[in-house]
Ligand binder design. Structure first.
Ligand SMILES: CC(C)(COP(=O)(O)OP(=O)(O)OC[C@H]1O[C@@H](n2cnc3c(N)ncnc32)[C@H](O)[C@@H]1OP(=O)(O)O)[C@@H](O)C(=O)NCCC(=O)NCCS
Length: 132
């Protein structure tokens, strides 16, 4: 059931809410190094993200999502803090552009120009390990 509930959260947010038809199941969820990180509430997962290991050794954050009804409580920030505390590698992500100020406040920096993927504006960002 956990897999179902996490995937439902991802699809509810990225496919349904953001009205985006894309390959939500991209084949990377089952890679041996992939980490799935989430917070549970009484009715199941409320916030989720995944961390992929890239060929060059960086870790890639993606699928950052909080249930619409649970937003505004900093849950996604808790998940990201956990990643920062447990990941010795540089972190990379393709941030949705509207969230660049938020990610910047957590130590991410732009690493390239904005691009459009599946109709949504993104900015590549990186965060070097801080040693914390
Ligand atoms: C982005 C998201 C994961 C944040 O989750 P959350 O647990 O609700 O976290 P918060 O509500 O505390 O928001 C965190 C920060 O995101 C930013 N943010 C959230 N919604 C925003 C919006 N509509 N416009 C601009 N910034 C926004 C704010 O900086 C906010 O911090 P602040 O409230 O201290 O200013 C959640 O809004 C979500 O699931 N959005 C849809 C999916 C998505 O865009 N995912 C990110 C892909 S890169």
């Amino acid at each position: 059931m956990t897999f179902h509930d996490l995937l439902r959260l991802r699809i509810d947010v990225f496919v349904v809410e953001q009205e985006c038809a894309y390959a939500e199941l991209d084949g990377r969820d089952t890679e041996p190094d992939t980490r799935h990180i989430w917070l549970d509430g009484t009715s199941g997962p409320m916030a989720y993200l995944r961390v992929l290991v890239e060929p060059g050794g960086a870790s890639r954050i993606g699928r950052v999502a909080t249930l619409a009804a649970a937003r505004g409580n900093g849950l996604a920030g808790v998940l990201l803090d956990h990643v920062h505390a447990t990941t010795p590698d540089p972190l990379v992500m393709d941030a949705q552009t509207y969230l660049v100020p938020w990610y910047t406040s957590m130590g991410y920096q732009r690493s390239g120009p904005e691009f459009i993927e599946d109709g949504i504006a993104h900015v590549p960002m990186t965060r070097e390990p801080t040693g914390d």
